[in-house]
Design a binder for this molecule. Structure first.
Ligand SMILES: NC(=O)c1ccc[n+]([C@@H]2O[C@H](COP(=O)([O-])OP(=O)(O)OC[C@H]3O[C@@H](n4cnc5c(N)ncnc54)[C@H](OP(=O)(O)O)[C@@H]3O)[C@@H](O)[C@H]2O)c1
Length: 277
């Protein structure tokens, strides 16, 4: 089993370039997908309190060596007051059956709650060793600039939608300049671009799949990918990125198919997120 390349976070911790995404997956699909992932050599799992699958993930990880897995969870935008962050974290740790998270993210910004307050709670959790790294998700460059200004703990990661149809070049550049690793949420755009001719041409040229082309394009840029799959064959294929290369002209071509087309938005009517009416 070959080692997965990593990005070194500002803390010095190593973040594997491929992680197993777990949004909207539970039951047999989660069990099959995550077991296949861990057996294939994945060492990075991404979840969130909002995904409501932390207990199931905890039970699967219980069979494995905790230190071998880089484990991320996220706090909901409705739980960003100081005490709420700490309560959410405590509940996530309990469900996941662990004493610490490798990374804890603010899942979405919430303009009604002071970012200073949220980051102070995350700093305390970091000081207490409950979270080894702190980050954000779905933050624009504008929001990141304020977060960096008020944070006493490094913002290690920004997890945002990122794929060839939604290439956030300016945001990526800002993150690069400030030692923030970008993680690609929905790196396969939920399979939306698999028939786009540049993607299929390049896949054919390298005898790989459209999914692998998109994932490779992102990891080539140092972006961590979090593909989700309940199909063990796909899970294994999504890790097979490191024994072949895209050509520079392939990367240029993929860079050129951006449509600024995002596949996800927060669901304003999903009560999980606590968005006011
Ligand atoms: N921070 C955030 O707000 C946020 C938002 C969205 C996502 N995320 C994170 O990013 C992860 C991934 O995003 P996502 O779950 O929305 O979608 P995604 O990974 O872009 O796409 C998942 C879809 O692609 C299919 N698929 C996966 N691998 C494939 C392969 N090799 N060949 C063909 N089809 C393949 C899956 O079907 P099969 O099951 O059949 O393989 C599934 O239908 C999430 O699970 C979550 O961890 C975070």
């Amino acid at each position: 089993m070959s080692e997965i390349p990593t990005r070194t976070l500002s803390s010095g911790d190593e973040l594997p370039l491929v992680g197993f995404g777990t949004w909207d997956i539970e039951g047999a699909a989660l069990e099959d997908g995550l077991t296949a992932a861990l057996d294939a050599g994945y060492t990075h799992v991404d979840t969130a309190e909002g995904y409501k699958n932390e207990a199931e993930i905890g039970a699967i990880l219980d069979e494995r060596d905790r230190e071998e897995v880089f484990l991320t969870s996220k706090v909901l935008p409705s739980n960003l007051h100081y005490e709420d962050v700490l309560e959410s974290l405590d509940a996530s740790l309990g469900r996941l059956g662990t004493s610490y998270l490798d990374l804890y993210l603010i899942h979405w910004p919430n303009p009604t709650i002071s970012l200073r307050e949220t980051l102070a709670a995350l700093e305390r959790a970091h000081e207490e060793g409950l979270v080894r790294n702190v980050g954000v998700s779905n933050f624009s460059t504008y929001q990141l600039r304020f977060a960096r200004k008020v944070a006493d703990v490094p913002i290690a990661v920004n997890q945002v939608e990122f794929h060839p149809w939604y290439y956030r070049e300016d945001l990526l550049e800002y993150c690069r300049d400030h030692d923030i690793v970008v993680e690609a949420a929905a790196p396969l755009a939920r399979a939306e671009f698999f028939d786009d001719p540049p993607v299929t041409d390049i896949a054919e040229k390298h005898d790989v799949t459209p999914a692998q082309v998109a994932l490779k394009w992102a990891v080539e840029k140092g972006v961590v990918v979090l593909p989700k799959s309940g199909t063990p064959e796909h899970v294994r294929a999504n890790l097979a990125l490191f024994d072949w290369d895209l050509d520079p002209e392939d990367i240029d071509r993929l860079d050129g198919i951006d449509r600024m087309d995002n596949v996800y938005m927060i669901d304003l009517d999903d009560e999980t997120y606590g968005i006011p009416k």
